[in-house]
Design a protein around this ligand. Structure first.
Ligand SMILES: *[C@@H]1O[C@H](CO)[C@@H](O)[C@H](O)[C@H]1NC(C)=O
Length: 294
């Protein structure tokens, strides 16, 4: 069993190095596009229905490979992974860390195997301007990046799918021809940036970056404009703290005379008692200490 396992792994590494770039015949290559927080299903073609001869491996680059499923059984604690129908790999709530190569290895009766390479590409929109406060009048730049594995060039993917990276608003209107937005894209790096000056009505506006082939949306990620005025700012928080301190000081100043007065009364009373007990001690001929009960 262990030997068999080692053989598959060695085979995998050999194949990884020799075939990532060439896409050797007899192997299927599939591209899957995803963005933050979606569920994806990576297909394994021609798998046996019970998945007992199915292995899934993951590789971020060609140097490291980890086993996710071995003979249909999950390795380690990958909470977001499960096997779907036809032994496909389900990834729940994808993150940027998930992008890379997934290999479905299908063993057959003669100890031979066939591999399916599934490339998971991750699309992400981020705020790239140095602007700290988002408000009407500020200039913002959003950056949309398609993360590929290192060996996979954007040009190669473009050749294969003839896709476009576009920006749309919440009503799916392409913003390319809208003069409010300056859009610049790089097909070499699979990224696109959008710059605009925010208007009053832009609060809660959604700006989406999409990968499309023809009319099909392969994947999409969004940025929602949120004006910072609505949440308590640092200034307000500091103001509240100062107000609380002032109340405490005022309370102390007002109550101090009363407390001092009480202390003086107590002190006088215990002084009298001490005098009395000293007299008593002389009477009894012994010394005693009187503790003030004030
Ligand atoms: C992802 O899958 C979970 C569990 O099956 C489901 O509750 C959730 O709605 C799905 N999320 C999306 C974005 O489809």
């Amino acid at each position: 069993m262990v030997d068999k396992w080692h053989k598959y792994l060695l085979g995998l590494i050999t194949i990884s190095f020799s075939n990532y770039l060439t896409g050797a015949s007899g192997e299927e290559e599939i591209d899957v596009f995803c963005s933050d927080g979606v569920n994806v299903t990576l297909p394994c073609i021609n798998a046996h229905p019970d998945c007992r001869s199915t292995h899934w491996f993951y590789s971020k680059d060609s140097k490291t490979t980890v086993a996710l499923f071995t003979e249909g059984i999950k390795k380690m604690d990958h909470k977001r992974l499960s096997l779907g129908s036809n032994c496909s790999l389900n990834i729940y709530k994808t993150t940027k860390e998930d992008h890379g190569i997934y290999i479905c290895r299908q063993l057959n009766t003669t100890d031979q195997y066939t591999d399916v390479h599934v490339y998971l590409h991750f699309l992400h929109v981020s705020l790239s301007s140095t602007q700290t406060e988002i408000k009407a009048g500020s200039n913002v730049t959003l950056s949309c990046q398609l993360y590929l594995i290192d060996e996979y060039s954007c040009e190669r993917l473009l050749d294969k799918y003839r896709f476009q990276m576009i920006w749309v608003n919440e009503s799916d209107v392409n913003l390319q021809s809208d003069s409010r937005y300056q859009i610049s894209s790089s097909t070499k790096h699979c990224n696109s940036s959008l710059t605009t000056t925010l208007l009053n009505e832009d609060n809660n506006r959604e700006l989406r970056c999409q990968i499309i082939t023809g009319t099909e949306v392969k994947t999409s990620d969004r940025y929602t404009v949120k004006y910072s005025g609505n949440s308590p700012s640092i200034k307000n928080v500091i103001g509240s703290i100062i107000r609380v301190i002032i109340i405490i000081v005022e309370f102390a100043v007002l109550t101090a005379p009363t407390v001092i007065l009480l202390l003086i009364i107590c002190e006088r009373r215990s002084g009298k008692r001490r005098a009395q007990s000293t007299r008593l001690s002389y009477v009894n001929g012994s010394e005693s200490v009187v503790l003030s009960d004030c």
